[in-house]
Design a protein around this ligand. Structure first.
Ligand SMILES: [Zn+2]
Ligand SMILES: [Zn+2]
Length: 195
């Protein structure tokens, strides 16, 4: 079991490599593919799949480069976020042109570790690796805060009910958010006003 995280792009998206039960996953390859490929190279094994917490450009802009490096790699995403790919609004040029749709799309809901947590986007998900005691929370939950809901498809009431589901997880569970410092469910219950 191994987890490594590197911050990518000018929005500081946390991109993680997790090896769990014999599989290597890349969570949110935001941008700066060279940096992500270096992390994978150090790990010494090709990734089995890419996991996306949602499809905002800052979380997915290195997907195409990884697909070039690892042809046929499945890219797990919630179907509700698929319309964001190639959408002109989902971009911030020149660093982030609108990201193309992944070549091999897989449904995040087919994975046992996926928790659908709409609110920040309709297809936002968290990935819970129980035996590694870690939750990748994307932009649903940050240390001390939550993701914005004022983008197209965002919903504060959906986010609040998603947070209630996360609050029911074990307090000692480590949380690696889409941006910023790591935390735990217990720390967020104590100090995050949205929880
Ligand atoms: Zn986002
Ligand atoms: Zn983000």
């Amino acid at each position: 079991m191994q987890i490594e995280t590197t911050e990518t792009g000018s929005y500081g998206v946390n991109c993680s490599l997790i090896e769990n039960q014999g599989k290597t996953w890349i969570v949110d390859p935001g941008s700066e593919p060279e940096k992500i490929l270096r992390m994978i190279g150090k790990h010494g094994r090709a990734p089995d799949a890419i996991l996306l917490t949602h499809a905002h450009f800052d979380h997915v802009s290195a997907v195409a480069a990884l697909e070039k490096e690892y042809p046929g790699i499945p890219v797990y995403v919630h179907p509700a976020d698929l319309p964001m790919f190639a959408h002109p609004m989902n971009a911030c040029p020149p660093e982030y042109p609108s990201p193309p749709k992944p070549l091999t799309v897989a449904n995040a809901l087919d994975l046992p570790m996926t928790i659908h947590t709409p609110g920040h986007t309709p297809g936002s998900v968290c990935y819970l690796f129980t035996d590694a005691n870690v939750l990748f929370s994307g932009d649903t939950l940050f240390a001390g805060s939550v993701g914005r809901t004022d983008f197209p498809g965002g919903s504060m009431s959906a986010l609040m009910s998603s947070l209630r589901r996360l609050a029911a997880l074990p307090p000692a569970l480590r949380v690696i958010p889409g941006h910023g410092p790591f935390t735990t469910i217990g720390d967020e219950i104590e100090s995050n006003p949205y929880m």
